[in-house]
Design a protein around this ligand. Structure first.
Ligand code: HEC
Length: 184
């Protein structure tokens, strides 16, 4: 999967983002696609922890998470994930220093690279692209930032790295949260 080339900071960030997203997904009712993604993430966790040089005890905890989730033991999974997320908090990029410029940048990125899939999500897909404005409204800013970090994947040739800089991700996060009014 081309992950061996990731630097230490990037391994830690990816791990932290994955944990934040898993914790959020576990807290809300899941579709079959969402459940499959949670299981896939759980099966990746031990490797990602090792890559981020986490203590062996955390790797053991993560190895037990997959069978726990398969059994549908949400309570036990929540306890394990709470411990792991506390040890590996996700740090969103700092808010844009020039919001006006950031919003223009984000709108352009979305139009060119995201809207095609995310603005008209097909509801019959197993794991559909979601409406990102709605997702941003619904979710804590740190969790949405973690989704942006993980959800925007590069190509295999770039080791599936997120192609956007921290500034660009901060701009996207701000824009998705504010470009449309959130329905209450
Ligand atoms: C070719 C279609 C396509 C394009 C282009 C695309 N996405 Fe996605 N995206 C998807 C699909 C399908 C999913 C759901 C699958 C998944 O979560 O793994 C997804 C998932 C995501 C998620 C994760 C949502 C979650 O539930 O955690 C985020 C965030 C995201 N995309 C943001 C973006 C942004 C920002 C762009 C533009 C820079 C973009 N995507 C471009 C199809 C696309």
């Amino acid at each position: 999967m081309g992950q061996a080339a990731l630097g230490a900071d990037e391994s830690e960030q990816r791990l932290a983002a994955l944990l934040a997203v898993m914790q959020a997904d576990l807290a809300q009712p899941t579709t079959p696609g969402g459940r499959a993604r949670l299981l896939e993430s759980a099966s990746l966790l031990p490797i990602m922890l090792r890559e981020a040089r986490a203590p062996a005890e955390e790797v053991r905890l993560a190895r037990r998470l997959y069978p726990v989730l398969r059994r549908g033991d949400g309570a036990a999974a929540r306890v394990s994930l709470a411990r792991l997320t506390a040890a590996h908090p996700f740090h969103p990029p700092p808010a844009p220093s020039n919001p006006q410029r950031a919003l223009r940048l984000a709108a352009a990125i979305h139009r060119e690279a995201c809207g095609g899939c995310h603005d008209h999500p097909s509801s019959d897909a197993f794991l559909p692209a979601q409406d990102l404005f709605r997702l941003a409204c619904r979710e804590a800013p740190e969790v949405f930032a973690a989704r942006l970090y993980l959800g925007v994947k590069g190509q295999a040739e770039m080791g599936f790295r997120n192609p956007f800089s921290p500034e660009e991700r901060a701009a996207l996060a701000l824009w998705y949260r504010t470009a449309r009014p959130c329905a209450r």
